[in-house]
Design a protein around this ligand. Structure first.
Ligand SMILES: Cc1ncc(COP(=O)(O)O)c(C=O)c1O
Length: 393
């Protein structure tokens, strides 16, 4: 079904129990802030998904369900072929309630308490939590900014991989919060280094569908045949994380069986959330127009942000990220203390923008600004951000 989707029409999300708007006080200490925080969007999902869910709702019976059927598996296979030209094998597909649940299980399967997990930093905050929560050691590998590119020092990475107790590289591709999209050469080199040091890769590819311009997402499944795990979801791209559902690929049989044992036997999670299963099938087979329009709108939002920052804060020299609707902005050239800025954003301008240190020490001096919203809201947020900064003059 072809429809015009008006992403510029704001949707009131108040009183929907949503984290972004209704629970902003939990994280920022004050209610009723204009939020640009956790990575979900203010947009309604694709009309075809809503239609399919309404139809299923009207059926009225919500008994136990299954995901291991050709409708779900071939929808995923088709998406990987269509978007990334990657042939995946449906028998290697696994399901889980969330990407981080799956990451957590594989960390536990592939390492012991006290052993090391390498992550590129700054890193998505849940990475730190799941590694330390499972009593594994974080081995941070800082990304460096060079000529408008985020670069991994591969010699430094190899040193970390070579540590005798390192077992896992937890990769984020594309990378949250920097938006870096890993190139084929980088992925090949990292998988060779992991093989050399007997380290397994868990690749979180939840942001895979939102790469901009020349940046091209290459799934780990297109790179290696060594044992790996790739976890992802339609939840970011189609704005459906509240449906709770994720999937992935575990290519070696023993690890896949061990994962299923944990999921189904130990944790009693054999029945998936039926709305997540339906939403994934429809998203991947019947929402291309909506998704392409969404991509254009998000990229235009990033371009809008760039124009505003170039005009009002040219010293930031901010560049649109290679992927994601999350603007990672280096505010260190402004020489304003992070905490003082947060204070003015929250208490003076009533706006919530993620402080960079949420993503670890390397995030100090940055903010992460979520542009997954109407242009009108974005403009309001950018006005407030610029006003807060100018108020230091
Ligand atoms: C890199 C990354 N992985 C995982 C998630 C969360 O996924 P889930 O809710 O399925 O665990 C996010 C959400 O922001 C993310 O940015």
């Amino acid at each position: 079904m072809k429809r015009d989707n008006d992403f510029s029409k704001p949707v009131d999300r108040h009183n929907t129990y949503c984290t972004q708007w209704d629970f902003v006080q939990d994280r920022f200490g004050e209610a009723n802030l204009l939020p640009f925080t956790i990575s979900d969007m203010d947009f309604a999902t694709a009309p075809n998904i809503i239609e399919a869910m309404v139809k299923r709702t009207e059926h009225g019976v919500f008994g136990y369900s299954r995901w291991q059927h050709s409708d779900f598996l071939s929808a995923i296979q088709g998406w990987f072929k269509k978007r990334f030209n990657n042939e995946i094998q449906t028998q290697q597909i696994v399901y889980g309630p969330s990407v981080i649940y799956m990451v957590s299980q594989l960390i536990c399967l592939w390492s012991k308490i006290g052993e090391g997990v390498v992550v590129h930093t700054p890193a998505y905050d849940a990475f730190y939590k799941t590694i330390t929560g499972n009593q594994r050691k974080i081995r941070p590998c800082p990304l460096n900014r060079q000529d408008d590119q985020w670069v991994c020092d591969m010699a430094q990475l190899e040193k970390l991989l070579a540590e005798p107790t390192t077992r896992v590289l937890l990769l984020c591709n594309p990378h949250n919060p920097t938006g870096k999209v890993w190139s084929r050469e980088e992925l090949v080199l990292m998988s060779e280094l992991c093989k050399r040091h007997d380290v397994r890769i868990i690749s979180d590819e939840i942001h895979m569908d939102l790469c901009w311009e020349q940046a091209k997402h290459i799934p780990l499944s297109a790179i290696t045949t060594e044992p790996y795990a790739l976890f992802t979801s339609a939840s970011k791209s189609f704005n459906i994380p509240a449906l709770t559902g994720a999937y992935g690929i575990i290519n070696d049989t023993a690890s896949r069986d061990a994962y299923f044992n944990k999921l189904k036997v130990c944790d009693g999670l054999s029945s998936p959330a039926i709305f997540a299963v339906i939403a994934h099938i429809v998203a991947y087979t019947d929402c291309d127009d909506w998704f392409n329009q969404l991509r254009r709108y998000l990229f235009d939002n990033l371009s809008y942000l760039k124009k505003r920052l170039d005009t009002d804060l040219p010293e930031l020299k901010w560049q649109i990220p290679e992927s994601t609707y999350l603007a990672w902005i280096d505010i260190s050239p402004l020489k304003i203390d992070d905490k003082a800025l947060q204070h003015r954003l929250i208490h003076q301008e009533k706006v919530a923008i993620m402080p960079g240190d949420t993503y670890g020490d390397e995030g100090r001096g940055y903010i992460r600004f979520n542009v997954g919203c109407s242009r009108e809201k974005l403009a309001d947020g950018v006005d407030r951000f610029i006003r807060a900064i100018k108020s230091f003059n």
